[in-house]
Design a protein around this ligand. Structure first.
Ligand SMILES: *Cc1c(COP(=O)(O)O)cnc(C)c1O
Length: 516
């Protein structure tokens, strides 16, 4: 495709910007999200042909179809680097069939064993290349420091993705005492000269509010630019550069299923996705728009079921909704940012409607879509939520039935797929984390404990690595990925804990930048 431009969901940059600018800007002016002006189409033959090339080439074919403003050879080279031997399976995103019509798309073979790697092994390379291009064109005079507040998983995936990438550095803040032993060690042992990690006294909200206030501090931004030539960026999941890599694996999975005879070319499949910020399931929607024969998108929620209720009623309402803790922390979310893109597409790109709804959400904590849009939602999406206890039961059920061990997030999707699928259409279930990232709840599931039950004292005393080794031996042959198994043996590099609050975070940033 010729160069595609990126417009925004709230109608602030109707003339559009190039891919490289959309990636470096992250959020569009006016607070909207970037979407491509044109959604490319792939013929069914082109899709099926992807099965015969390595994953990196599947990615570059899809990216090129989107008409991004980097040379084709550079796109190819970046994809080779993003999806190479940093993954522990050469298929990168393999599809495992539990039975003839139930397929698991494993998205956790990257270096941090979480699905965020699928995007975050790739985005940093495109971010760096985009910034280099804009600097060469005189459109950008600074380098970037990425600042991430994490409740656990995103932080490590972002560190691993940006570590060693040219012209960018990254700082990650997590709530001190609020992440698991595995998550802490994954972050605190991160290698690389361009990374720094801080614990923050307080909870995740304190981290996130602190980060937001740093981003809003104009005087601090001026100082960073003047003294260090640095601009802050967030590279969070609303960046188009994080969404695009996720489209690839749905098209790739379809091609694989045809190649292994589980589907005939053109047969429809359903896709079931454990959903939080709506990025992953939105990528499946774009894959469908590109021509991948996806029938329905099955949206799986945990007890924070705002999306399930929205898809079933047309009203998005967080006005009186409590925030519930679940065994699936990466889906514990009330405001699902990427839904804005989905609604933009389903209204036929009506930015006035989107602006109105987002205003309602900000002021009244709820919005209601019109009848036509609701019908469009129902034409693509169905939804169900899975409570905490049922989630752990599902892990055990899948293990007993198929000898397949899954993490709690995957189990939510597995259970929702059981409830929502129709008999005659095969389903692809997105598996978003390796079980060993959530060993405590996997242990509970296998031993018939409830989500709120304490672990037995001898088990609770184990490190995360030891607990995973125990589960692996009990289940016989459920391997723990190297990156998780080796954590107890790696040197801890980062132990600093800072007070929350923008001022202390800013001091810590300056201290890091001045020592570089
Ligand atoms: C981020 C994440 C999700 C949610 O994905 P979204 O794109 O935010 O909907 C689900 N499972 C795991 C393990 C995750 O890390």
């Amino acid at each position: 495709m010729a160069e595609n431009l990126f417009i925004d969901t709230r109608g602030a940059c109707a003339e559009g910007v190039a891919f490289t600018e959309a990636v470096v800007n992250g959020l569009a002016q006016g607070g909207g999200l970037y979407v491509p002006t044109a959604i490319p189409k792939m013929e069914i033959d082109e899709i099926c042909d992807l099965a015969h090339v390595p994953y990196a080439q599947r990615a570059s074919r899809v990216y090129r179809a989107f008409g991004i403003d980097l040379p084709e050879a550079e796109i190819d080279a970046l994809c080779e680097r993003a999806y190479g031997d940093n993954f522990d399976d050469e298929r990168v995103a393999p599809v495992i069939s539990l039975d003839d019509s139930t397929h698991i798309l494993e998205l956790w073979h990257g270096p941090t064993s979480a699905f965020k790697d699928m995007a975050l092994q790739c985005l940093p390379l495109f971010f760096s290349a985009s910034a280099r291009k804009l600097r060469a064109e005189g459109k950008l005079g600074v380098e970037h420091m990425i600042l991430v507040a994490t409740s656990g998983d995103t932080g490590k995936a972002a560190l691993a993705g940006f570590s060693g990438v040219e012209g960018v550095s990254i700082g990650v803040m997590y709530p001190d005492g609020g992440v698991s032993d595995i998550q802490f060690k994954q972050m605190a042992t991160q290698r690389g000269d361009n990374v720094v990690v801080w614990g923050v006294a307080g909870n995740f909200d304190d981290c996130q509010t602190g980060a937001k206030n740093v981003f809003k501090d104009g005087a601090f931004a001026d100082r960073l630019e003047a003294d260090y030539g640095i601009a802050l960026s967030s590279a969070n999941s609303i960046n188009w550069g994080r969404l695009m890599p996720q489209i690839v694996y749905y098209v790739s999975a379809y091609a694989e299923l045809v190649a292994k005879g589980a589907l005939r070319a053109g047969d429809e499949v359903d896709v079931c996705v454990p959903t939080g910020n709506f990025g992953n399931i939105l990528a499946a929607y774009y894959a469908k728009r590109m021509g991948c024969p996806i029938r329905m998108l099955l949206c799986a929620s945990n007890e924070n079921r705002v999306l399930t209720d929205f898809i079933n009623t047309g009203t998005y309402d967080i006005s009186e909704r409590p925030f519930v803790k679940t065994p699936t922390p990466s889906m514990d979310i009330l405001v699902s940012s990427n839904l804005e893109r989905q609604l933009f597409e389903l209204t036929g790109r009506d930015s006035d409607a989107i602006r109105g709804w987002m205003e309602d959400l900000a002021t009244e904590k709820r919005f209601r879509i019109d009848r036509d849009t609701f019908q469009a939602v129902r034409a693509h999406l169905v939804a169900d939520s899975v409570d905490n206890e049922t989630c752990l039961d599902a892990i055990r059920d899948a293990y007993e039935r198929y000898d397949y061990l899954m993490d709690p997030h995957t189990a939510v999707a597995y259970k929702a797929a059981c409830n929502l699928r129709s008999d005659d259409v095969p389903v692809i279930i997105a598996s978003t984390a390796h079980w060993a990232k959530f060993g405590d709840n996997v242990y509970r599931a296998l031993h018939g404990l409830k989500p709120t039950d304490p672990l037995p004292a001898d088990v609770a005393a184990l490190t995360g690595c030891q607990l995973n080794a125990l589960i692996a031996s009990e289940t016989g042959g459920s391997d723990v990925p190297m990156g998780l198994a080796e954590l107890d043996g790696l040197p801890i590099r980062f132990t600093e804990v800072i007070e929350g609050g923008a001022e202390r975070i800013e001091e810590a940033l300056v201290e890091y930048l001045s020592k570089r």
